[in-house]
Ligand binder design. Sequence first.
Ligand code: FMN
Length: 463
Amino acid sequence: MKIVILNGSPKGEPSVTMQYVKYIQKHYPQHEYLFHNISSRIKKIEKNDDLFNDIIADIESCDSIIWSTPVYTLFVPAQYMRFIELIHERNAARAFKNKSTIVMTTSIHFYDHTAHRYMHAVCDDLEMNYIGYFSAEMDDLRKSRGRETLLKFAQYYFESSGEKCHHLKRYQPVTQSEYAYEPAIVAKKMDAGNKKIVLVTDHKPHDANIQAMIKRFSNAYTEGIDIVNLWELNIQGGCTGCIKCGYDNNCMYKDEFSSFYHSRILPADIVIFAMALTGRNLSSKFKEYFDRRFFMNHVPDLKAKQVGYLISGRVSQMPYLHDFCQGIVESQQANFAGMVCDEIGDSNEIDTSIQKLAEQVIAFSTNDYCQPQTFLGVGGSKIFRDDIWGKLRHVFQADYRYYKKNGAFNFPHKRYKSRLTNFVVRLLTRIPGFRKEFYRRIKTEMYKPHKKIVENCEVRPGS
Ligand SMILES: Cc1cc2nc3c(=O)[nH]c(=O)nc-3n(C[C@H](O)[C@H](O)[C@H](O)COP(=O)(O)O)c2cc1C
């Protein structure tokens, strides 16, 4: 079997993920493997038609494709997303049709599921024969069990590749909309007070709906808001994964991104992301923003800010995108203030929703309101806490200092009262009589402290 490997790591050759593919190659040498570094050469691929066409020619002539990529900021690297955009822009999708395929990633398992769902959708759009995914923790290959699992997956892949049936098709093509949003004139504008609002967008001149949505949002206020179009910033490229920022949050790029982030995003009280969706997801341009923000590593730099979204495109057909939008906010300890999308297809409703969002972000910010994190934030924070305290401490030293200073290493073994309770109760429940009584009373005992608070709380009028 001739297999093309599309390497999504911006590091190119020295990629952790590629070692998983090479491990498979070593155990299945009877196949032909053709490697293409995609993300590390994206600028060349974009500029040089011959290079792009050579890759597509290899894809056309192969039997199977391995998408091999690290997870970057809840999806795959912006450079890889750009390549996926190029496939459609340059009408090269037919080369992928009916090819068997797998998606292999390495990560720390922080939103690897969103990356895989997106890549599954990409494969479905390309009408590929999607066999499955392999989501390794980056160090799994160093463990014998990890290697065993990888080889079992490889066996499943090679056995399934010969089958002609379609596997696991899950996503329908994204439907296009011709709907044009026409905002009404805002009757009464509101004063944003001392709240700093920054809106980040990726729209191009033809993205009329998102431009109208931005205008409508901005018109809700008496004063103008700070609007940044990512196309107008000098951003030299996507994150290369060099991780030099791990020491002191300094990015190796010498372009405008870091100073823009420090001077316009960090001082804001309210951040609005206004996205013009492209193909299957947010655009690779917007993804570049989120990847480049990685110079702040795992510091929750949006903490206590209000974050909202204006989106033009079919969010409802991209379930992973909603998790991304909410997850990125929650994992930064900001408040997910709301999302307005033009797919409702009704200008009055969009007006009302945008107005509501504009009012809500001010009210929430004034009240210092941050809703409790869901699993998306709680789960993510625990992964970061464990890895930054543990195996990634020497790499992400700036994170470590921040986490230590801000009490983020809140491990349960430091809760001495609950440890004592656990010890005593576990001992006592060895006694059958105590155990019976304990489990008989547990339901009421669990809610008693909460009930006590409700009964004894002071009620402030109007609260
Ligand atoms: C910019 C950047 C963003 C990352 N984002 C994520 C993420 O969202 N979730 C995750 O689990 N790991 C994330 N990682 C960790 C990488 O996925 C992980 O280190 C991977 O093994 C790197 O593979 P590679 O050497 O093939 O590039 C990120 C790393 C970098 C540099």
